[in-house]
Design a protein around this ligand. Structure first.
Ligand code: GDP
Length: 433
């Protein structure tokens, strides 16, 4: 479901408003500003449409060593939401902190509804009208405490929320996990497909209630259902001759786009080719989970083993995180190891690190290993967030340009600390004053 973040200064009534939205008293209301409270997500529903409400109060207490201002907290929340309810205390009016948050909201491009809270009577509606000056459009006067105006506000919220979350599920689709079995001709794709389908004897052709593309095949591996996409080409054993290369690579690209996970087959008995590397790169560039399969291992002797490992290391320097399985589609040797590698890569691909964990990690990391001084300046990391998974995407906010080497250092430490094997991760940096 789409995600609504409720943002605002302490004591403007965020938690009271959330209780009102949820229709019951759940969110803990604290009168003391800055009281320890974790960021919380609640399931909400209005007019039959589910959505998620994120309460952003009290993050600072959870983040060791980083002093997050209200505006910075808001920035984190905005990043992780599909839409934002910005709450202002109408009896106080807009403060300079509110105006800082307004700037962030404008810059974010996310849909916003301006909530003028504590409008308990008709008389006070004039207070709300002043908030037009914030430039966020019409202020919605409500009394979160008494419920006044909350129906209209919810209608408005449903209008600005997208149907599904754009933030949390860029690629995730309903139903079984989708996998693309790819690789250059003759590496053993159809042999492996037959092996997997035959061994399990549960090639499900018609899964109840799903409409299925005839070129896709359901295969259950160790109790886990997978959709192998675009298998018609593999089944028909269309082995490309020259000139068909372009179409082969297009079909590969299509299969990858439709999938969560790319299974790239290599023929370990032969030297690694440019085409092998290209297919692997296609999976990485598409941001999909990756498992590399070294097939025909029955033909590989000890010398070839070492050579093959060297070839892989040389060609795939940046991809030491990929999951790899050595097997033989022909004899069935170690094909039973495939499903756990696939599950692993898929899970890591979907991994989300909470904002507090991420910032604790970065706080410690940058304290122990600060960015090197460059041209008399030393960029400082302020905080970070993971706006989305599948693949994990991180945004780091810093006071200056972060050089490539330091980014890689952060990536490597992220991978060590939280398990991201089998998935690409994206890190982008935003510079703040
Ligand atoms: P595809 O073009 O990728 O679908 O490759 P195929 O599945 O048609 O396999 C190409 C050739 O390699 C066939 O002759 C297979 O029998 C052979 N082959 C596939 N897997 C293995 C394996 O693990 N070991 C050996 N020795 N041969 C294999």
């Amino acid at each position: 479901p789409p995600v609504l973040a409720v943002v605002g200064r302490p004591n403007v009534g965020k938690s009271t408003l959330i209780n009102r939205i949820l229709g019951k008293r759940v969110a803990v209301v604290q009168d003391t500003p800055g009281v320890t409270r974790d960021r919380v997500r609640y399931d909400a529903i209005w007019n039959g449409r589910p959505f998620i409400v994120v309460d952003t109060g009290g993050w600072e207490s959870k983040v060791k060593g980083l002093d997050l201002s209200v505006a910075q907290q808001a920035e984190l929340a905005i990043n992780e939401a599909d839409a934002v309810a910005f709450v202002v205390d109408a009896t106080v009016g807009a403060t300079s902190t509110d105006e800082e948050v307004v700037k962030l909201l404008r810059g974010s491009g996310k849909p916003v509804v301006l909530v003028a809270n504590k409008v308990d009577s008709d008389m006070q509606e004039a207070d709300a009208a002043y908030l037009w000056s914030l430039g966020l459009g019409e202020p919605y006067p409500v009394s979160a405490l008494h419920g006044r105006g909350s129906g209209d506000l919810l209608d408005k919220i449903m209008k600005i929320l997208p149907q599904t979350s754009l933030v949390n599920s860029r690629y995730r689709s309903e139903g079984p996990r989708r996998v693309a079995l790819v690789g250059r001709p003759n590496v053993g794709k159809s042999s492996l497909l037959n092996r997997l389908a035959g061994e399990e004897r549960v090639v499900v052709n018609e899964l109840a209630g799903t409409t299925r593309d005839p070129v896709d095949e359901f295969i259950e591996l160790d109790g886990e259902a997978w959709t192998f996409v675009d298998t018609a080409g593999i089944r028909r054993r269309v082995h490309q001759t020259s000139g068909a290369d372009f179409y082969a690579s297009l079909r590969t690209q299509n299969a990858i786009e439709k999938s969560d996970l790319g299974l790239v087959l290599l023929d370990a008995s032969e030297p690694l080719t440019e085409q092998d590397v290209r297919v692997i790169q296609q999976v990485v560039d598409a941001g999909r989970a990756l498992v590399i399969i070294a097939n025909k291992w029955d033909l590989v002797d000890v010398d070839r083993q070492e050579e093959f490992n060297r070839e892989l290391e040389r060609e795939l320097v940046q991809l030491s995180w990929a999951q790899r399985v050595n097997l033989s589609a022909l004899t069935g040797w170690h094909t039973n190891r495939l499903s756990s590698a696939m599950n692993n890569a898929y899970e890591n691909w979907n991994r989300r690190i909470t904002t507090s964990k991420l910032n604790n990690f970065l706080g410690e990391l940058s304290a122990a290993h600060p960015h090197p001084v460059r041209g008399g300046k030393q960029p400082r990391i302020l905080f970070a967030t993971q706006p989305s998974a599948a693949p994990p995407r991180f945004v780091i906010f810093s006071t200056g340009f972060i050089e490539h080497g330091y980014r890689r250092f952060i990536e490597n430490r992220l991978r060590e600390t939280f398990d991201f094997s089998g998935t690409p991760i994206e890190i982008s940096v935003k510079v703040r004053e």
